[in-house]
Design a protein around this ligand. Structure first.
Ligand code: F6P
Length: 359
């Protein structure tokens, strides 16, 4: 008999349900008795004791369903130790819910912030397994997070669609891609979608180099240019600022522009005699069904999580390294961000075929 808790926390993505299905199927086919408690809306459900008992039927038919059957919310890690508006100690409340239900293990699906809280709960003595979710692919200790490849597909589709209209009108198009502070999604979708210029946070851009790349294309008779721009991209100038100065500058930008794409559009319009347009696929990148790659990845990660629970081997994130499913101690990976290295082979390959990074 095992009693496990499940929760999904942070921004949603495509393969959350597929991953939970992997865990529960892996357990229910190997156990006589299993009780599954699904917490509503992430850590909120654990804090306030809002949960449902789930049966194996709840996990049937959800392999292809996007979003999360449990609901999710953002509960910032930095506020976890801060009492709520009624003075409730959130960490103590989560521990109480866990012990009241006599859980053997809590399986937590989420990104970086979620992982930090998962590690905090592990340090507080709870049995935890974390599964790496995010379209940003920025979790240290795994080559791939589930959700990422599905988002790459969607962002790539967006860039694909822009090609024909950009070419017909001889325009410069800025496609703004999600990814938070990292450029994985933009780099992959940019290459897959045939973008001419890719701007990512890890490789600060010089606007004059971007203009130069656009002019070079025009001189070569290519009337249009597509820029895949990460929402967190930074200019070389801004990258030199201290953290405090950058924060101030970003506040100024926010007052003037809704996002980086609008700032770039403004800067490019001033320097180019060309039509510039913006496309932002936004939350579409987190929506819809998981792609086949993510369904396989989620099933494997979920299945491995079930194995660890059966072996009572807790305190890990289950990740994928060099094509192999691996358990990574939570204490080792929590709090670390996986960024694109400017010297990554993928960047070098892209540069070799003429993609500009504006550096
Ligand atoms: O972390 C996933 C992500 O989609 C980021 O790429 C993006 O910056 C952020 O979440 C958007 O968050 P929200 O849904 O809260 O607007």
């Amino acid at each position: 008999m095992k009693r496990i808790g499940l929760l999904t926390s942070g921004g949603d993505c495509q393969a959350l349900n597929a991953t939970m299905r992997g865990v529960v199927k892996g357990l229910s086919t190997n156990l006589e008795e299993l009780e599954v408690y699904g917490f509503d809306d992430g850590y909120k459900g654990l804090i306030y004791g809002n949960y449902r008992m789930l049966s194996s039927g709840d996990f049937s038919g959800i392999l292809t369903r996007g979003g999360t059957i449990l609901g999710t919310s953002r509960q910032p890690f930095k506020l976890m130790r801060v009492p709520d508006e009624k003075g409730l100690d959130k960490v103590e409340a989560m521990k109480q819910t866990y012990h009241k239900l006599r859980l053997d293990c809590l399986v937590i699906l989420g990104g970086n912030g979620t992982q930090k809280t998962a590690n905090l709960l592990r340090e507080e003595g709870l049995n935890i397994i974390h599964l790496p979710k995010t379209i940003d692919n920025d979790i240290w200790g795994t080559d791939m997070t589930f959700g990422f490849q599905s988002a790459v597909d969607i962002a790539t589709d967006a860039i694909d669609c822009i090609h024909t209209t950009a070419a017909s009108h001889s325009r410069v198009f800025i496609v703004e891609v999600m990814g938070h502070k990292v450029g994985w999604l933009t780099l992959h979708a940019g290459i897959a979608g045939g973008a001419d210029i890719i701007l990512i946070p890890e490789i600060p851009y010089d606007i004059d180099r971007v203009v130069e790349a656009i002019n070079k294309r025009n001189r070569a008779g290519k009337g249009f240019t597509i820029l895949a721009v990460a929402e967190g991209a930074v200019s070389k100038e801004d990258a030199k600022l201290t953290k405090k100065e950058l924060k101030k500058k970003q506040e100024e930008y926010r007052k003037k522009y809704p996002s980086i794409a609008y700032r770039l559009e403004d800067e490019l319009q001033k320097k180019l005699n060309l039509d510039v347009r913006i496309t932002i696929p936004g939350h579409m990148q987190r929506g819809g069904s998981p792609c086949p790659y993510d369904r396989v990845l989620s099933t494997r990660l979920g299945s491995e999580a079930a194995k660890l629970i059966l072996e009572e081997d807790y305190g890990y994130m289950v990740g994928m390294i060099n094509g192999k499913v691996k358990k990574v101690p939570l204490g080792e990976c929590a709090g670390k961000l996986k960024m694109v290295s400017p010297t990554d082979q993928l960047v070098a390959d892209a540069k070799r075929i003429g993609i500009s990074f504006g550096d």
